[in-house]
Write a protein that binds this ligand. Sequence first.
Ligand SMILES: [Zn+2]
Ligand SMILES: [Zn+2]
Length: 423
Amino acid sequence: MSSLKFLGGCREVGRSAVLLDTGAEKILFDYGIKLSDPEAEDGVGRPEKANLNLDGVLLSHCHLDHSGLIPRLYNRGYHGSVYSTATTFDLSKTLWEDSIKIAHMEGRELDFLDSDLKEVERNHRRVTYGQTVPLGGCDVSVYDAGHVPGSTSFFVDTGDKTILYTGDMNTIDTRLMKGANPNYPNVDVLITETTYSDIDHSPRKELEENFIEKVKERLAKDGVVIVPSFAIGRSQEMLLVLREHGIKAPVYLDGMSVEATKKILRYPEFLRYPDELKKAYHDARTPGDDDDRKEALEGPSVIVTTAGMLGGGPFAYYIKEIYDEENCSILMTGYQVEGTAGRKLLDTGLYRPDTLDLDVKCYYELFDFSAHVGRTELFDYIEQVDPEKVVAMHGEKAQEFVEDLKKRGYEGVAPEKGERVDI
Ligand SMILES: [Zn+2]
Ligand SMILES: [Zn+2]
């Protein structure tokens, strides 16, 4: 009998890691960090010896809550393969290198090094959508998850059971991505993300229109519109939305978003409108230093920049210049997690990371662009996949969601960290 061991991502968002043990093979889905506390030893933790005895690692996408601990496996002596799309690997590398850089700057020790990144690279096996590869006696098929460029859902056929691991996913089309199409062979066990299993997002078209209306209204005041965005996925989507709606003011792209966009453009096959993104990136200005940033602030202009939750990046520079300018604006484009500078700003009107303490007088608002499936679409997805058993993870409301599933006649479980589920 096969089993699944849930090492992390249980009733929470962060540190996703699931170990499939078929008796003959051990396969790890993702190995991520807890974003709010990357050092947490109660996270997935230091790899146990058993975890190094693996036949392969399947990496769903680049975000650190899925990829962050993979170099650590190699630091501890894992020599096997890690499978992902080319974009996922390329973007993960950027994030891993950045983690090392930030740790150095903060005087922290990370337990992986540049040399471990080389090992990951040496052992990386590139896969793409539509492909099926053998892993031991299992067959692993690769599907588009619609979450960020290169994101994957893995379908594993052990010969005895079939398992679908969604990773993070979205089933609706966005300006950047085509939604995941739940057209798989027969699925016995579905391991699904449940980030937004309790809410529905507003329709994308309406959201885009409201956002653009606000951008235009604020630009008409001759101000600067700062659009804090996650480097991977959201920044590129914002470039496309601004272009599609014919925003005439100069658009600037700053922070890690620039490198992420360049990398994402290397793999046009993972994008919905690659040519449009190429043009939008070509037309955007990319400040190289603070002099360029001063020019960007002369306005009217739109500045798409990291950090998405306002906790650093060039945003920290820009806000010092505009926080008390009433004609300027901060239009946030993603969920602001509890404890972040962005959440504090929304709740208190103050911007207070580290050494700064600003009473923000400029306009600010949050627009809920999301790269995760909402509640109604998640139910639709499960209905179409029609599995024997649903395992809910990567969501704070996973347990409640399973209760709702049971009422609809499904067998479901929301495992706790460390729990083993026989399948
Ligand atoms: Zn993600
Ligand atoms: Zn995630």
